[in-house]
Design a protein around this ligand. Structure first.
Ligand SMILES: NC(=O)C1=CN([C@@H]2O[C@H](COP(=O)(O)OP(=O)(O)OC[C@H]3O[C@@H](n4cnc5c(N)ncnc54)[C@H](OP(=O)(O)O)[C@@H]3O)[C@@H](O)[C@H]2O)C=CC1
Ligand SMILES: O=C(O)C1=N[C@H](C(=O)O)C[C@H](O)C1
Length: 253
């Protein structure tokens, strides 16, 4: 940090949660960021305004995040969102709010981990070459949403890559099944979720063709692994007005 350069003032929403507390601890070590507000479910959003926050990092719940985002956008605060639960309808609502807020940036990042972003990128690269693909996501048992935001995003990206390559539906002769036995289906891709004590966040993308399979796996072993991505997002969001989905858009991959 050079003399005369000012720190970016950041407010963390969900600051006392599992991810939020790791983010606060990580950002407090950073030389160019000042954590000016730590907001929990009982705290008023006014704390963002009172502290002069320029960027809000939202890691709350799918129920809370839309209200938080509407507030931030209305008050000209850039937002970095790690909270999951975004579908096309929610994204359209955010775009609508942003259309009246020139210069405000919102990043929706289904996963802040650089390894997870690369895992998704590699899955997209591999997708055109394999007839079959399914996704297995594995998380701690206190996770509220299933499938994970990362798994949904991976499925959407892989499905788009398959469509671009002219591939049809994945082969599957299942004709009778118990409900849920083949997982959820996102954009034609089967997604399976495991909730296991001891795990943090993990995902496998299993691809197969005649005579071979390829498994791409990523493991988040500690929430400290999300912090470098959060920092890149906080630094990047003021320079990316409008809505961006996926931290990869900010990175030179
Ligand atoms: N994008 C990514 O890389 C990652 C995303 N996530 C996502 O982040 C979210 C949080 O995960 P996690 O930390 O594990 O969950 P936790 O349940 O541990 O934390 C959520 C926190 O949100 C707080 N909260 C709830 N409502 C509000 C509100 N209205 N305003 C402010 N704070 C609020 C709660 O606060 P209080 O304690 O005060 O009630 C709680 O501490 C999930 O959606 C998860 O999927 C998680 C890991 C990585
Ligand atoms: O809840 C979590 O823990 C995680 N949530 C995100 C998701 O749903 O993809 C990111 C990561 O998987 C950890």
């Amino acid at each position: 940090m050079n003399m005369g350069e000012s720190l970016t003032k950041v407010g963390v929403l969900g600051a006392r949660g599992k991810l939020g507390s790791a983010i606060v601890a990580g950002l407090e070590q950073s030389e160019d960021v000042d954590v000016v507000a730590r907001v929990g479910s009982a705290d008023p959003l006014q704390a963002l305004l009172d502290s002069g926050a320029e960027v809000a990092v939202d890691v709350t719940t799918p129920e809370a995040v839309m209200g938080n985002l509407e507030f931030c956008i209305a008050h000209g605060i850039h937002a970095v969102v790690g909270t999951t639960g975004f579908d096309e309808e929610r994204l359209a609502t955010v775009r609508g709010w942003l259309s009246d807020a020139r210069g405000v940036g919102v990043l929706i990042a289904p996963n802040f981990s650089i390894g997870a972003i690369l895992m998704m990128r590699f899955a997209v690269q591999a997708a055109p070459f394999f007839e079959s693909v399914e996704i297995v996501e594995l998380h701690h048992p206190t996770k509220a949403d299933a499938p994970s935001g990362t798994a949904r995003r991976t499925a959407e990206l892989v499905a788009a890559a398959r469509r671009d390559a002219g591939l049809g539906p994945v082969p599957d002769a299942t004709s009778t099944q118990l409900d849920g036995a083949r997982g959820a289906v996102v954009d034609g891709i089967h997604v399976h979720g495991l909730r296991i004590r001891g795990l943090v966040a993990h995902q496998e993308v299993v691809l197969g063709g005649v005579g071979e399979t390829l498994t791409i796996r990523h493991d988040s072993l500690d929430r400290a692994g999300f912090v470098p991505g959060v920092l890149a997002a906080v630094r990047g969001v003021p320079g990316h007005p409008g809505l961006t989905v996926g931290l990869e858009s900010y990175l030179d991959l």
